[in-house]
Ligand binder design. Structure first.
Ligand code: HEC
Ligand code: HEC
Length: 370
């Protein structure tokens, strides 16, 4: 359904129309019965995972309500949150790609490229520190940043609350979510956070394997699993626990000197050589859906990633010890050489794809309501 935002007086609205080009506003179609977002819970095995309990303790404490997340869903997919009405969160975070966009760098309203590769979104409740350089603490402090960022949505927040206040269909959504129709920055942030917190991902071929002893795995997947968990590759020592991630940022040896090559990650914030190239140790769940890879999208395929870990880790003054020859001790050792065979490389790639979620990428409750 489509109606005109500016009513019939075209002349009076000419001024506004120079800042917002779209005059036709789409209205979302939502289910008659609100979806039970507040009923979404992680499986018992997750809730009992000691590492995740610890991380969860540092995660978000925002309470998710059914109407709050419903409003968040509409906001997440609404291009009216951007200055020229062309970019929504979902432009760079598309559900079918585990909320990434398939681009090396994303393009926002400005036509400029973003500084880094768009990150996958799921299990955010277990993550306290956000962005590749973990600069922001708490999802509620993150969600307004892309709206204001000049290279992403370039929208002034006062203008946004005014714009949404002028859109009839948001009234009922805010009343249902917060008790009255007042639209504020804090309420927008809360609703967006609630929706993002509902992007749960714990259903994959790998998870099924944990239940059935991997009887449904191919020979290649079994080989890849053995490499992932053996003490030589140490993949699981950084991408660890149920969520296959770490809350700590590590240096995985993409560059000898990251600052010199343009992005020092945490090091750009601290100016400490110890942090040069320290980046968030992202989860490997859904990794088959989120190419290209790494903070700058440098690797087009998982095969490129596996080739990198096998043969091409760079010597770095503070390379994480798990990627060094000894595997423990001090950072900055010579990088390990896995020298994987062709069969082992293909096996590891096949295994990594078993982390793809079988529900989240098509779940109705996370989909575009417009
Ligand atoms: C133009 C593309 C673009 C748009 C639009 C965009 N993002 Fe992002 N998003 C990115 C990029 C790029 C990063 C990584 C930036 C960095 O680390 O410096 C990111 C990172 C994130 C993260 C951090 C994830 C993590 O694991 O640390 C969250 C959460 C997020 N975005 C949510 C949103 C929300 C909510 C919106 C809409 C309000 C949005 N994004 C709009 C490109 C975009
Ligand atoms: C020292 C800890 C560490 C070890 C060991 C490690 N990784 Fe990583 N991994 C990281 C970090 C940190 C990043 C992000 C680096 C960046 O983008 O600059 C990463 C990124 C990745 C990515 C890309 C993620 C994305 O969304 O772009 C994949 C895939 C990956 N690792 C797979 C593996 C595999 C397979 C192994 C074992 C061969 C492994 N990792 C071993 C720390 C580690």
């Amino acid at each position: 359904m489509v109606f005109s935002l500016w009513g019939c007086n075209k002349e009076e609205s000419a001024a506004e129309e120079t800042t917002i080009e779209t005059s036709e506003i789409e209205v979302p179609s939502l289910p008659d019965q609100v979806f039970g977002y507040s009923d979404l819970v992680f499986p018992a095995a997750w809730l009992q995972d000691p590492a995740l309990q610890l991380f969860g303790g540092f995660g978000s404490d925002i309470a998710v309500t059914d109407h709050g997340a419903t409003l968040g869903r509409v906001l997440f997919y609404d291009a009216q949150l951007s200055q020229d009405g062309t970019v929504s969160c979902s432009t760079c975070h598309a559900q079918e790609r585990a909320f990434t966009d398939g681009q090396t760098k994303s393009v926002g309203v400005s036509g400029n490229e973003t500084h880094r590769n768009a990150m996958a979104l799921f299990n955010v409740g277990y993550q306290r520190r956000l962005f590749w350089d973990v600069r922001t603490i708490g999802i509620e402090n993150q969600v307004l940043q892309p709206i204001e960022h000049p290279d992403e949505m370039a929208m002034d927040l006062d203008e946004l609350t005014e714009r949404l206040t002028g859109m009839e269909h948001y009234k009922a959504l805010f009343i249902d979510a917060f008790g009255d129709e007042e639209i504020t920055e804090d309420r927008i942030a809360s609703a967006l956070s609630q929706f993002v917190l509902c992007m749960h991902s714990y259903s994959s071929r790998f998870d099924a394997g944990l239940e059935n002893d991997f009887i449904h795995f191919t020979a290649a997947e079994v080989l890849g699993k053995d490499i992932f968990f053996n003490g030589d590759s140490r993949c699981n020592q950084c991408h660890s626990g149920k969520n296959l991630f770490s809350t700590q940022p590590f240096i995985n040896g993409l560059e000898v000197d990251y600052a010199a090559s343009g992005d020092a990650g945490v090091g750009a914030l601290t100016n400490d050589p110890f942090d040069d190239g320290r980046f968030k140790t992202v989860s490997l769940r859904n990794i088959g859906l989120t190419a290209p890879y790494m903070h700058d999208g440098r690797f087009a395929s998982l095969r490129d990633v596996v080739d990198f870990y096998s043969d091409d880790i760079q010597p770095h003054a503070y390379l994480d010890e798990r990627l060094g020859v000894a595997g423990f001790g001090v950072p900055g050792q010579a990088p390990y050489q896995l020298n994987l065979t062709e069969e082992e490389r293909e096996g590891l790639v096949a295994f990594l794809k078993t982390f793809n979620d079988t529900i989240m990428p098509t779940a109705e409750w996370l989909s575009d309501p417009f």
